[in-house]
Every structure is written in structure tokens, then in C-alpha cells.
Design a protein around this ligand. Structure first.
Ligand SMILES: Cc1cc2nc3c(=O)[nH]c(=O)nc-3n(C[C@H](O)[C@H](O)[C@H](O)COP(=O)(O)OP(=O)(O)OC[C@H]3O[C@@H](n4cnc5c(N)ncnc54)[C@H](O)[C@@H]3O)c2cc1C
Ligand code: FES
Length: 284
């Protein structure tokens, strides 16, 4: 079996166009033992020869035959190159890295609510499929700027006891923020039900700030998948640092308690050179 630090070259099996700017790239690694224990929420470093190496969540994992996939939103050079891949092209992958989502014991919790924003769904979809396969009740609240960016609609429906969509422009589902849906969901629950609930969330940080506020208000536990600029993915370069934590090693998924201690959460990111930027200057 290869070590997580080693790169494995994989051939692209298929590219599925989810929308004009989002594609899912499927591939089949040879060293299955290395990837089969991957925990949803962990990430890969993906090398596109001649372009760059970038972090990506795993959005698809099937065991027989073994297949993996990532869902990419085209926002710059590397993601454009990934979205332009064709069947038979080669990319390099390292990982799996970081801490993923942590399923609670069914004795303490029986409901998992997934709150996904935009391409953050690429991380939560696998975690929510996992929760469903372990017999948790699942509610999925999925938001995006507009209808074209709401990915995996059929997949969400197939793994949810309840699924609700929102778009900022009202082109599909509730018009407004996905956090509004979470507010409605939590308001309708008893204290006992809230105690037996865990929330998994990934999306724009501004969205997760609203989720955190609601969870604190209603006394519900949550886990948050954070995104920071990453160069090495293995704790060496410090480019992903947030309030003294390395998101690649200590995250990307953090508990609500850990998030409460991150002063940078909802406030600042770092750019490619490590310069801190206010959150509002980041693209997502
Ligand atoms: C753990 C982790 C998992 C991720 N999973 C996914 C995924 O499943 N699907 C997906 O589409 N994207 C994912 N991303 C984000 C993805 O890695 C970036 O979008 C990508 O690196 C951008 O590279 P680029 O060359 O296309 O854009 P660049 O040309 O490098 O950047 C374009 C613009 O995006 C900004 N930017 C770049 N990276 C980030 C970042 N990490 N946070 C905020 N702003 C950024 C730049 O500052 C610039 O303004 C993930 C990131 C992390 C840290
Ligand atoms: S990406 Fe290099 S330390 Fe996290």
C-alpha cells in the first residue's frame, strides 16, 4: 500500500457536467487499500500536470468496482483545467488528508441534518450518504446562488427523509438563505429532538457563520468543514493556518467547540502569499 504522502497517477474514467461551471470527475485508483478507509470530509491534493496542485473533497466513493470522484467548481486556472479534463487524461492524487466528519453514536443522536452551500455539497453529500447507510434519519438542506448551481438534486432526494432546497434568487425551492431553512427546522423541534441532532455543514464561510449562530442559539451540536488556501496539505507550509490551527491537519472538519476558538472563523482568510484578507474579499 502507498503512503498518504506519495502521489498516485490515476486515469480519468468520466467527466459529468453538473452545470455550466461545475463538473464531477470520476477515476479509479489502483491502490484501493489506501483509499477505501477514507472518511467523508477528508480531502485529496490533486495535481493537474503542467498547471497546479489543489485541495479537493471526495464527492463520490463506490466500492465495487472501486471508483472515486470529485466535484469541481471552475473559479480559476486549476479548477478550469479540472473541469476541462476528458476521459483517458491523467491526474495525480495524494491523500486522504485531514479529519473528516465524525458520526456520533446512534445511542446519543438519531438525526443528522446536512446544511450545504454551493459546491460545499461536494463534501457533505458523501457524509450524508454515510449517515444514511448507518441508519440515521437524515434531513438535507441545500442552498445555492441559483438553480444551475444546486448540484446532486436526485442524489439528495434518494438519501433524505426530508430534503429542502433554497436559492438566493428564488429560481428553485425557498427564496433566500439555506440558514433560513435550518432556522425553520430547528424551531419546529422539541428540546429533546434538538439534543438528539447533529448538524454537518460545508459551504461559504459566511453561511457557516449563520449556521454556527443558530446552533448556539438552539443548543444543537455541529461539525464544520472549513476551506483555506492549501499548498502542501500535510502541515508543512502554514498557508492554511487559521488562528494557530493548520486546517489541513487539524481540520478541515472542526467540531462546534473547536470552531468557537478560531478567531479567524468568519473574519479572515489568507491569500496565496499568506497575506491575511478580510473574509468579504474572498470569492467564496
Ligand atoms: C479542504 C478543501 C476541500 C476543497 N474541496 C473542493 C471541492 O470539492 N470542490 C471545489 O470546487 N473546490 C474545493 N475546494 C476549493 C478549491 O481547492 C479551490 O477553489 C481551488 O484551489 C482554486 O484553484 P484555482 O487555480 O482554480 O483558482 P485560483 O486561480 O487559485 O483562485 C481563483 C480565486 O479563488 C480564490 N481562492 C482560491 N482558493 C481558495 C480557497 N481555498 N478559499 C477561498 N478562496 C480561494 C483565489 O484567491 C482567487 O481569487 C476545496 C478547498 C479545500 C481547502
Ligand atoms: S497546507 Fe501546508 S500546512 Fe496546511
Amino acid at each position: 500500500m502507498r503512503a498518504p504522502g506519495e502521489m498516485e497517477m490515476v486515469k480519468v474514467l468520466k467527466v459529468i457536467k453538473e452545470s455550466s461551471s461545475i463538473s464531477t470527475v470520476l477515476f479509479s485508483p489502483v491502490h484501493i487499500g489506501r483509499w477505501s478507509g477514507l472518511v467523508p470530509g477528508q480531502f485529496l491534493m490533486v495535481w493537474i500536470p503542467g498547471t497546479d496542485e489543489v485541495p479537493m473533497s471526495v464527492s463520490f466513493l463506490k466500492r465495487e468496482p472501486f471508483r472515486m470522484g470529485m466535484t469541481v467548481q471552475n473559479i480559476g486556472e486549476a479548477t478550469q483545467a479540472l473541469c476541462s479534463l476528458k476521459q483517458g487524461d491523467w491526474i495525480g492524487i495524494r491523500g486522504p488528508y485531514g479529519y473528516g466528519f465524525n458520526l456520533p453514536s446512534n445511542v446519543d443522536k438519531d438525526l443528522i441534518i446536512g446544511v450545504s452551500g454551493g459546491v460545499g455539497a461536494a463534501s457533505t453529500i458523501l457524509a450524508m450518504e454515510w449517515a444514511r447507510s448507518e441508519d440515521f434519519r437524515t434531513v438535507n438542506l441545500v442552498g445555492a446562488r441559483d438553480r444551475s448551481l444546486l448540484v446532486f438534486r436526485d442524489r439528495w432526494r434518494s438519501i433524505s427523509d426530508e430534503v429542502r432546497f433554497s436559492t438566493d434568487d428564488g429560481s428553485f425551492g425557498h427564496k433566500g438563505l439555506v440558514g433560513d431553512l435550518l432556522n425553520m427546522e430547528l424551531l419546529a423541534m422539541s428540546d429533546h429532538e434538538r439534543q438528539r441532532t447533529m448538524v454537518f455543514t460545508c459551504g461559504p464561510e459566511i453561511m457557516m457563520v449563520q449556521v454556527k449562530r443558530l446552533l448556539d442559539q438552539f443548543g444543537v451540536e455541529g461539525q464544520f468543514s472549513l476551506e483555506r488556501f492549501m499548498k502542501c496539505g500535510i502541515g508543512l507550509c502554514d498557508s492554511c493556518s487559521a488562528s494557530g490551527k493548520r486546517v489541513c491537519m487539524d481540520g478541515p472538519v472542526f467540531s462546534g467547540d473547536a470552531i468557537s476558538l478560531l478567531r479567524d472563523f468568519g473574519r479572515s482568510h489568507r491569500d496565496r502569499s499568506g497575506r491575511p484578507l478580510p473574509l468579504k474579499e474572498c470569492v467564496r
